[in-house]
Write a protein that binds this ligand. Structure first.
Ligand SMILES: Cc1cc2nc3c(=O)[nH]c(=O)nc-3n(C[C@H](O)[C@H](O)[C@H](O)COP(=O)(O)OP(=O)(O)OC[C@H]3O[C@@H](n4cnc5c(N)ncnc54)[C@H](O)[C@@H]3O)c2cc1C
Length: 426
């Protein structure tokens, strides 16, 4: 067992120091991640408000009109990624020095939820990109990542995480693959089981055990550019939900990673997974769940207003109190999730003793709520939803991904109880 002492004894995220924002302490965002609109901001950067309204515009104009077709065809939307890049959203959390907007988790969550309301597949592509960009931004001194970061800031570079391996499955913190020394760099051979945006990203953040690592979590993270010899998509993506996000398996076959593209120090991948990736991933997947819930409530309410019992001269909503009660329950659960997401954001902006628990709890709760609300939407809208005349069945399928994406809902419960009992998490 690896003893992560600060987690075990204080319930804190490992690198939290002096009460600083977890992301600030990693150099990802400034101390004040939410510049007010009255603050003079460099030309081309986004404020919270402009970022969220741009996300809504892209969701309405680019994502929503083709979400159903892309879902059916399992088609990755390069137009969506282009629009996000042109809109400045790919560089949302990247520092202004690298051409980004330097915004924080609050804006990231709002943008992700807005995208997910229209198309959860694209929202997940965006979320994995933001995590990858944050990991690159937190690179060790001496890493040669400035060009990649500038390309992300300019909206011309999509990145993603390639952590999960076929051998260790959802336990992404214990890769099976081990990098081998190759001069000052390494060579990596690995079977990555799911990689969102596989074959579409410009780079992949790859985990592998450090060449001299002794423990199961002694991993190192590398930036592997698309086109690296030996890197390939090794199978199709044909999921139940999130069908348009190309979460296909990938293989690294003796891929060369020069020392400049080593993002973490040897064996320090695990700490970056915990400090940088986990808080943002759990927030982002919760925001995707929130977007799915909001879209389901809106579609259900619209159906209850428009579908009619002609023989009774009433809409479904007017006619049946049971359906009204279902709709109300869905709304209560959705607003409850929204409050949880806000609470997590507050805990990330002002880290405290309870931050780790909130990081774990919010994703665990969000996965269940998304399944519950979309299931209620299916039932409330009856055969109309079942026969795919509505968007709800897509939302229902998409909602099932959150709970199985690692850390899964089961693993989160295990971590939460261990943290509560003062036991080591790993
Ligand atoms: C749409 C989608 C996109 C993805 N994108 C990416 C990506 O971009 N990058 C990436 O690295 N990975 C990605 N993944 C992989 C994901 O994070 C998980 O690794 C994967 O879903 C795990 O599936 P599995 O069958 O290997 O689970 P398994 O590990 O086989 O788990 C099976 C069951 O056992 C439970 N379980 C496992 N361990 C424990 C435990 N310790 N205690 C209690 N229960 C446990 C799980 O909750 C699950 O119910 C993606 C997955 C999906 C579905």
């Amino acid at each position: 067992m690896v003893a992560v002492s600060s987690m075990r004894t204080h319930g804190r995220i490992v690198d939290l120091k002096n009460g600083k924002n977890v992301l600030t302490s990693c150099g990802i965002v400034g101390d004040n991640p939410l510049p007010s609109v009255s603050v003079q901001i460099p030309m081309g950067t986004l404020t919270h408000e402009t970022a969220v309204s741009r996300a809504r515009e892209i969701a309405d104009r680019v994502l929503a009109p083709v979400a159903a077709q892309n879902d059916k065809a399992g088609r990755f939307s390069t137009e969506a990624v282009d629009a996000l890049g042109r809109g400045g959203l790919l560089g949302l959390m990247v520092s202004p020095d690298a051409g980004g907007s330097g915004l924080g988790p609050r804006t990231f969550a709002a943008v992700t939820a807005a995208l997910a309301e229209a198309d959860a597949s694209t929202a997940m592509v965006y979320l994995m990109h933001v995590l990858g960009a944050a990991t690159i931004a937190a690179a060790r001194p001496g890493a040669d990542v400035a060009a990649a970061l500038r390309a992300i800031g300019a909206g011309r570079h999509l990145t993603t995480l390639a952590f999960s391996e076929a051998g260790s499955r959802s336990h992404f913190w214990t890769p099976i693959s081990r990098a081998r020394r190759n001069g000052s760099g390494v060579r990596i051979t690995a079977k990555k089981s799911w990689v969102t945006s596989a074959g579409h990203a410009q780079s992949y953040i790859v985990s592998s055990l450090a060449p001299e690592g002794t423990g199961p979590t002694d991993s190192t993270l590398y930036l592997v550019p698309a086109g690296t010899p030996g890197l390939s998509v090794s199978g199709p993506w044909d999921g139940l939900g999130l069908r348009a996000n190309a979460s296909a398996p990938m293989i690294l076959d003796n891929c060369e990673a020069p020392s400049g593209l080593q993002i973490t120090k040897d064996g320090a991948g695990f700490q970056v997974m915990l400090n940088v990736v986990l808080p943002l991933f759990n927030l982002g997947t919760s925001a995707v769940a929130l977007g799915l819930c909001r879209a389901t409530v809106a579609a259900t309410a619209a159906h209850l207003k428009s579908a009619r019992f002609e023989h009774l001269g009433q809409s479904l909503g007017e006619s049946l109190p049971t359906l009204r009660a279902q709709l109300a329950t869905m709304q209560i659960d959705t607003d409850g999730l929204s409050a949880r997401v806000d609470d997590l954001i507050d805990h990330l902006e002002r880290p405290r003793e309870t931050t780790l628990l909130r990081v774990l709890e919010t994703k665990a709760a969000a996965g269940e709520i998304a399944i519950s609300v979309t299931s209620a939407g299916m039932r409330t809208c009856g055969g109309a939803a079942f026969s795919k005349n509505m968007i709800i069945e897509r939302l229902f399928r998409d909602a099932h991904a959150g709970a199985v994406m690692a850390p899964t809902g089961d693993v989160l419960r295990e971590f939460i109880a261990r943290a509560m009992l003062g036991m080591p998490l790993f």
